[in-house]
Design a protein around this ligand. Sequence first.
Ligand code: FE2
Ligand code: FE2
Length: 291
Amino acid sequence: MKMKVESVNLTDPSLLLRPEPVYDGKPVSAFRNFDDDENDPMKARVRKTYYDMHTNMSVDFVKAKMAKWLKFNHFKATMKEALIKLNDLVDESDPDIDLPNIVHAFQTAERIRDEHPDEDWFQLIGLIHDVGKVMAFYGEPQWCVVGDTFALGCKWGPSIVYGDDSFRDNPDTHNPKYNTKYGMYEPNCGLENLLMSWGHDEYLYRVLVHNKAKFPKKALHMIRYHSFYPWHAGGDYQHLLKEGDEEIKQAVLEFNKYDLYTKSAGIPDVEALWPYYESLIEKYIPGVLEW
Ligand SMILES: [Fe+2]
Ligand SMILES: [Fe+2]
C-alpha cells in the first residue's frame, strides 16, 4: 500500500538553490536566486523551509531530537525495505521537480559504479545516502529532515543559506554560551565533535553505527556530512577543524559529485539492478535493522 504524506516534498530544498551540475551533456542552468518572489510558490516554500529550520534548530532542540531518534525504536526493517518505504513518500503537488526517491537512489549509485567499479561500498553509499528521510513517516516536518546542515553551539556560519536574518528568532542567537566564534567548543576541536543540525544525514549515520554496518570510516563521513554545505562548499568553521578533517572533506566532495537530481540521466531499471545491490547490502549492512 502506498503511504502518502501530504505536502511533504523529499527532494532536498538545498538542491533547488544550486546550479544543476553538468551531467550527460546537460547544460548548467542558472542559480535560483534567493530573493522572495510571491509569484514563485516553489521559491517561497524553500525559503519557508529554511526559515522554519533556522528558527527552531537550537542546541536543546537537537538534543531532544537525538533523545527521540537514538533510541532506534521506531521500526525494524532491512535496508531494502527502508528504501522501498521511502519511495512511497511522494509529493504529488510538485510534478516538475519530483523524481521518485528510489530513482534518485539508483541513479546516484549507478553514477558512482560507472566511475568507481571496484569500490562497491561507495556504490552502496550512493544507494542509501538519503534513506534517513524515512523520519518523515514519523511526524518530522520537512525542515527537520532535508536541506543543508550546519553546526550548532557557536556563531552561525556566514555562508549558511538565507543568513543571519533567518536565525533572528532562534533562541541560540541570543544565548552568549552559543553565539560567539567558538561558542561551546575548543579551538580546533575537530569536525566530528561538532553538534550538527538534525536531519537525514546525522540520522542515517547514527543508524549505520548502531546497526554495526561494515562500511569504511570514509563511507560514514560521506553520509554524515553530505549536506554540510556551509563547511564543504562555503569554507566556514575553519577555526574548529583539526588535522584530518580536510581528508574527510575530500571524501564528501567526491560523493557529492554524484548526488544529483536530474531527469536527464535516464531512468534506471530498478528491478534489474536490485539483485546486485542486495548483494552489497548483504555484505555491508545485512539483516533486519533497528531504526
Ligand atoms: Fe541527502
Ligand atoms: Fe541525495
